[in-house]
Ligand binder design. Sequence first.
Ligand code: ATP
Ligand code: ZN
Length: 297
Amino acid sequence: MKPRDRLRIAMQKSGRLTEPAQELLARCGLKFRQSRDKLFCFGEGEPVDLLLVRDDDIPGLIAEGVCDLGIVGRNVLREFQLTADSSVPRIEELRPLGFGGCRLSVAMPQEDAYTDPSQLGGLRIATSYPGLLGEWLRENGVEAKVVMLAGSVEIAPRLGTADAICDLVSSGATLNANQLREVAVVMESQAVLAGPATLPTDERGDLAELMLRRLDGVIQVRDSRLVMMQAPRDALDAITRLLPGMPRPTLTQVDGEPGQVVLQALCAGAVSWRQLEEMKKAGARDMLVLPVEKMLA
Ligand code: ATP
Ligand code: ZN
């Protein structure tokens, strides 16, 4: 294979992860020109290109070296790790990305009783995640028959091809519509950045490091707020305790008012009206809460 000097990131072509992944990359300062076949997007600023594929193919493409990094559900990545041949290079979760949240759960017909995993013994459980389900069953000492289905897992109990299912759930609406009830969580999932256990040592490695640094900056500030206010110096302790994450504020003296300071603090999380009102009661005034766009330590 010809060595590449551009970094290539795989992401889902069309599905739940597509839009948030595009938005995340845009926040990292990456711009792309889409090609006709809509499979490949050429990066315009940085030498970073995109490959748009089915999510299930992403770990394999990284393992084969076709792509350097990928944005994929932890569920897909973990399933790949559990089921890939041992000769295949290891692909790791490099960063959780904070979107695409869901869980892989076992669900049963609503009328069936369930109190603990042992009740699944001897049942047929339909899933697209035989690796993850198999591991969970082993950990819980349950012997059940895993029925592999590529899609439409939720209708298997009604069709009589399985007694229970193990599938992705977020709101539970799909389960409800199929008269199923979530009974046990096998794993919590979200979108992650996946990559090889050791990054390449050439230019692509440097680009991957750059991407990780930018991602960290974006993820760190996504929920952060910059809070500014004026407050009496002796109320600082009370006010700081009300700020999410209890940050260490920067203080500026107010001219001609020795007892007053201007406080500026980077908070790890949203600041509610209630918290602001409490701070006002403690003596704060002229409060401002601002979203943070970028951060580089
Ligand atoms: P593809 O055509 O790429 O194979 P898909 O149908 O497998 O698409 P989606 O349904 O778009 O994929 O789901 C992609 C990922 O979104 C899942 O692997 C999972 O990590 C995440 N996800 C979040 N919530 C849900 C949900 N309620 N159901 C399924 N996946 C979810
Ligand atoms: Zn898929």
